[in-house]
Structure formats: structure tokens, C-alpha cells
Design a protein around this ligand. Structure first.
Ligand SMILES: [Zn+2]
Length: 146
């Protein structure tokens, strides 16, 4: 599988305290896993130690359907890292809202033509981009319109 962004970018990793580790482990297994409060059932994103809804410390993780809608987006023309050459630009970053998971929003890239027309509210599905040739495998959750 090809990768959307050029090789040489820093690999993402779980935070040292392990707070977001289930998210990254889920992505490696082609699953979208989001925090959910075990007390008030609120979905949470980004990962937190305390529930925003009820201040509970009892926060778990739950798999959700890997689909959402485009809440916002941006076409990136500026090379934000030395690995970006002219042929890698532009690319599209989307903010994807998950209606089935409390409308939490995740940032990702929109696959396909980088000059495509993007419409707010379009349905997208997750693509689990596996990076298994690295020392430490990881997966990025990208998005494509459906
Ligand atoms: Zn709660």
C-alpha cells in the first residue's frame, strides 16, 4: 500500500504516559477506537484522564464505525517538513466528525486528488494506512470520501 505523505516524516507514537495507546493499537488492527466514559457514556477526543461530562476518572475505550463527515478542511501548500518536495504539495487535511461517537472530531488527511473539490458535510470512511516496514510498526488513520 502506498502512503499518502512522503517518507521521512517523524513516526507518530503513543504518548509516554500511555494515555492514547489504545487508539494507536486499534489503528494497527484496522479499528477505530475512541475514549468513552464508563459512567456518563460521553465520548471523548482527544484522550483525557478525566471525563469532560461528569469528571469521572473511569474512562474506557470503545470501537466505533470507521466513518464520519467532513466538519472542516484545509489544502496545505506550505512544506511543513524538509521531506516535503514540490511534488508532494498540496495535500488535504480534514477535521472529521463522528456522529455515531458523540460528534467527536479527529484530524487526518483526505486521500485522492489533492486538488479535488472538498465539501463540508461529505461522508468519509477511514483508511488504515499501515507502516509495517519501520522499526516499530504504526498505522495512520486517513480518510476518503464515499
Ligand atoms: Zn463521564
Amino acid at each position: 500500500m502506498s502512503h499518502y505523505l512522503p517518507a521521512g516524516l517523524p513516526a507518530p507514537m503513543a504518548s509516554p504516559d500511555g494515555l492514547d495507546a489504545p487508539f494507536w493499537e486499534g489503528a494497527l488492527a484496522n479499528r477505530l477506537i475512541i475514549q468513552k466514559c464508563n459512567d456518563c457514556k460521553s465520548w471523548l477526543w482527544g484522550p483525557e484522564w478525566i471525563c469532560h461530562g461528569c469528571l469521572s476518572f473511569d474512562i474506557g475505550w470503545q470501537e466505533t464505525d470507521p466513518e464520519g463527515i467532513i466538519y472542516s478542511w484545509e489544502r496545505i501548500w506550505h512544506p511543513v517538513h524538509p521531506t516535503f518536495k514540490k511534488e508532494h504539495l498540496p495535500y488535504i487535511v480534514v477535521l472529521v466528525e463522528l456522529p455515531q461517537a458523540g460528534n467527536v472530531r479527529l484530524v487526518g488527511n483526505l486521500l485522492g486528488d489533492p486538488k479535488q473539490t472538498v465539501e463540508i458535510g461529505s461522508k468519509v470512511q477511514a483508511v488504515f494506512e499501515q507502516h509495517d516496514t519501520e522499526d516499530k510498526p504504526y498505522a495512520l488513520i486517513q480518510w476518503q470520501t464515499v
